[in-house]
Design a protein around this ligand. Sequence first.
Ligand SMILES: Nc1ncnc2c1ncn2[C@@H]1O[C@H](COP(=O)(O)OP(=O)(O)O)[C@@H](O)[C@H]1O
Ligand SMILES: [Mg+2]
Length: 226
Amino acid sequence: MIPILVTSGKGGTGKTTVSVNLAMNLAERGIKVSLLDADLLAPNTHLFLDVNKERLREAGKMLIPLKVGEHLEFMGLGVFIPKGVGVALNYEKTADFITTLLKFVKWSGDYLIIDAPPAAIDVNVKLFKELRGRARAVVVGEPHPFAIEDNLRILDLLKFFDIEVRALVLNKYNMYQEELAKQVMAEYEAHAKKYGFRVVKIPWEPRLQTQTVPELFDELAEAVVG
Ligand SMILES: Nc1ncnc2c1ncn2[C@@H]1O[C@H](COP(=O)(O)OP(=O)(O)O)[C@@H](O)[C@H]1O
Ligand SMILES: [Mg+2]
């Protein structure tokens, strides 16, 4: 099983949207996919999936992921926290929670897509360490100068932990000034050469706010599994 970390330099850039749609896209190709919501800041991945949180089952000491259709399974932090309940977990507990889900869920996918917390915070660093040398990454950003600054830091960190970046998603690229988007694209392309990843554009698409539209993610899927 190959872990695919979906991460970003800052929050709210589209990690959850990308994670769920990428997972659906791969599953529709008949690839077995596992999806882990590891973003304790906003564990909301399950909202896009038809999962029944009451049906948690275990086998031996392993937790069975929730089935979402024929080729997709899911587990995430949101499954354990009832709606409307605030949780105050410190860094250690959060990081342990994520590591536990990585190790003690009976994943059966060929790929494990991880919807990660944003930015170079301590929880992420623990996750990068855990996945050192064996994961691929997708970095999600919007075409804005702030995003470049933040994403370059994440790219550097991923390199340090020997995590292979496969794609940088330029999300909602058509929502920004055309000139700005072009400028950002050019800067990312220069880094893409250096790091060896693809820059994949995803448009602002209102349907993505309420449902999955996997067909928009073909290019990303090919960059990730090839
Ligand atoms: N390409 C897109 N088109 C339209 N809306 C999007 C797109 N990507 C993300 N969004 C919306 O932007 C917001 C933040 O996206 P989300 O995936 O939750 O980001 P993150 O997981 O990084 O916090 C959500 O309301 C989501 O529906
Ligand atoms: Mg999210």
